[in-house]
Design a binder for this molecule. Structure first.
Ligand code: HXC
Length: 258
């Protein structure tokens, strides 16, 4: 599939490197790019085990396209927010883990896409922020909800109300990113993590993701029910049988995803 704003590279072991590519506008998200992203995440092929998202050039994503939004009516703004939210939901609910390799500015919609991903790794050049209130708007791609759930309401409120930008060191301190690397190491480190994920039983990783994502959005009893169901489903896979047999025989197994 050909995209105007996305570069998709297949790496070994079922890893996809997705580069958001609208470099002249610091990869600002316009409607067309959001539609491409929605299409991409809605059609992840069976052999894919992990996806890495990064940005072309010096930015990860500098936000939603301010030029496109400037003259929106209220109903156009609502539809644009819905398009971004639906797209980021596809990322959050994607069958495989999605790692954001944040190489530069991750502002507004850029910070919001990163927190729809499962894991954030940052380069020392990364900058995060929710500058929306300084433009007279609120976050609108899920930021008011996902940021609190990621870093807790205290820091989320500080970032959103002050509109301040923070560096990678501060992002690490508040738990917004898992690790920080030199810029030329970032993608290799993301691939290294993706390879570790890809070596494990795909169904077990998928069920773990579903339990974490769906469980975190409901009450504890329902969440435990979700985990029990997924745990049970693992025992209907060949990978569980092979994985446990290999352990008991002190051997190794290559998981098939079945
Ligand atoms: C449109 C953008 C853009 C954006 C940058 N550009 N961010 N265009 N939308 N969000 C464009 C600039 O206009 C410029 O185009 C080119 O990219 C390079 O940007 P510069 O500003 O010249 O670069 P620099 O001086 O390095 O500053 C980088 C920056 C700054 C600090 C990231 O660009 C910036 O503040 N951008 C806006 C960040 C922001 O407010 N994001 C939140 C948007 S609201 P030209 O043509 O002049 O070269 C949002 C809401 C989400 O995301 C929810 C919606 C429902």
């Amino acid at each position: 599939m050909d995209y105007k704003y996305l570069i998709v590279e297949k790496k070994p072991h079922g890893i996809l490197l997705l580069t958001l590519n609208r470099e002249k506008s610091l990869n600002a998200l316009n409607s067309e790019m959001l539609k491409e992203l929605h299409k991409f995440f809605a059609r992840v092929e069976d052999d894919v085990r992990c996806i890495i998202v990064t940005g072309a050039g010096k930015a990860f994503v500098a936000g939603a396209d301010i030029g496109e939004m400037a003259n929106f009516s209220a109903s156009e703004a609502y539809d644009f927010a819905k398009l971004g939210m639906d797209t980021f939901m596809e990322i959050e609910r994607c069958r495989v883990p999605v790692i954001a390799a944040v190489n530069g500015f991750a502002l507004g919609g850029g910070c919001e896409i990163s927190i729809a991903c499962d894991i954030r790794l940052a380069s020392t050049k990364a900058k995060f922020g929710q500058p929306e209130v300084g433009l007279g708007i609120t976050p609108g791609f899920g930021g008011t909800q996902r940021l609190s759930r990621t870093i807790g309401p205290g820091y989320a409120k500080e970032l959103i109300y002050t509109a301040e930008t923070i560096d990678a060191k501060k992002a690490l301190e508040i738990g917004l990113v898992n690790s920080v690397y030199e810029p030329d190491e970032l993608i290799d480190k993301a691939i290294e993590m993706a390879e570790k994920i890809a070596r494990n039983a795909p169904k077990a990783v998928e069920y773990s993701k579903q339990s974490i994502v769906n469980g975190s959005q409901t009450d504890i009893d329902t969440a435990m029910q979700i985990e029990k169901t997924h745990f049970g489903l693992c025992f209907a896979t060949n990978d569980q049988k092979e994985g446990m047999k290999a352990f008991l025989n002190k051997g190794k197994t290559e998981f098939k995803g079945k």
